[in-house]
Design a protein around this ligand. Structure first.
Ligand code: CTP
Ligand code: MG
Length: 272
């Protein structure tokens, strides 16, 4: 008898509705070129290649015809008309692609996508398009934890820098430096958090409904989905992420991502 847990019906939400201010290209980050394609196309191919998704639901900036066209081209690619999706071979499910208008905040974009998931969806992964080179292995680790019963699971990496807390300097100190150190966080317990973050669908929906009552300050402090689930008191598990899953945020990150694509190890080599 097969004792392996059944893989639940999985949707992957790809949030791609941000404006990319810090990258500074004057266009939504999802559209920015990376290795001859767009950041969004790389992200979508990575999701498809992992083979975990029954549905891929992409949140793009409202009324952006170019990103809409990129998603449509990806859907055609999946259907084999261009046949370029790496890893989408025999035995890998071809996902349904759904496009939704994102919102003003990342959380709003996630909520818009949650409302568009297929009715039989059991678990959902929320993935940043900006983490365009996330290896398949990370999707698989998250998927396995969900299949094993986790209600919430996130990919993480150990923190390499020493991390301190600070506050703005006041009084005489202000003439010396802008900030004063208030403490040192215990590094061995700290983790840098990535995506895809995986959730039982009902749990993530409940977490986002609870966030509906947040004031502007609380809403601005929400930087990932797991945070909302933590507030419900639901245990959030952590699996190993990957350094290639870097969030392309600044021009330096884009240079790193280009280097990964051109490097001898290939775009989605699996670390260690
Ligand atoms: N995102 C989104 N909707 C928003 C804001 C962000 O879907 N209203 C998405 C981004 O497209 C990105 C991910 O959330 O894939 C992480 O956000 P971030 O890296 O901050 O991207 P941007 O918000 O586009 O960048 P910036 O903050 O520099 O403007
Ligand atoms: Mg942002």
């Amino acid at each position: 008898m097969d004792s392996a847990p059944r893989t639940p019906v999985t949707a992957v939400i790809v949030v791609a509705a941000g404006s990319g201010q810090r990258l500074g290209y004057g266009m939504p980050k999802a559209k920015v070129p990376l290795g001859g394609d767009s950041i969004l196309t790389h992200a979508l191919r990575g999701v498809a290649a992992a083979g975990v998704a029954r549905q891929i639901c992409v949140a793009i900036p409202p009324g952006d015809p170019e990103l809409h066209a990129l998603c449509a081209a990806f859907e055609q690619e999946l259907k084999g008309e261009r046949g370029r999706t790496p890893g989408l071979g025999d035995g890998v499910q071809v996902p349904v692609v759904t496009i939704v208008d994102g919102g003003a905040s990342r959380a709003d974009s996630v909520r818009a996508a949650l409302a568009a998931l297929l009715p039989d969806t059991e678990v959902v992964m929320v993935h940043d398009a900006a983490r365009a080179l996330t290896p398949e292995a990370v999707f698989h680790r998250v998927s396995h934890a969900l299949a094993a019963g986790a209600l919430a699971v996130i990919p993480v990496l150990p923190v390499v820098d020493t991390v301190k807390t600070v506050e703005p300097t006041t009084g005489d100190g202000a003439a010396i430096a802008p900030e004063l150190v208030t403490g040192t966080a215990p590094r061995e317990t700290l983790r840098a958090v990535q995506t895809p973050q995986g959730f039982e669908l009902a749990t993530l929906k409940r977490a986002h409904e609870a966030a509906g009552g947040f004031d502007a300050g609380q809403a601005a402090a929400v930087t990932d989905d797991a945070m909302l689930v933590e507030l419900l008191g639901v245990p959030v598990y952590a699996v190993r992420g990957a350094s290639q899953s870097l969030k392309i945020t600044t021009p330096l990150d884009l240079i790193l991502a280009e280097g990964l694509l051109e490097g001898p190890l290939g775009a989605r080599w699996v670390e260690g």
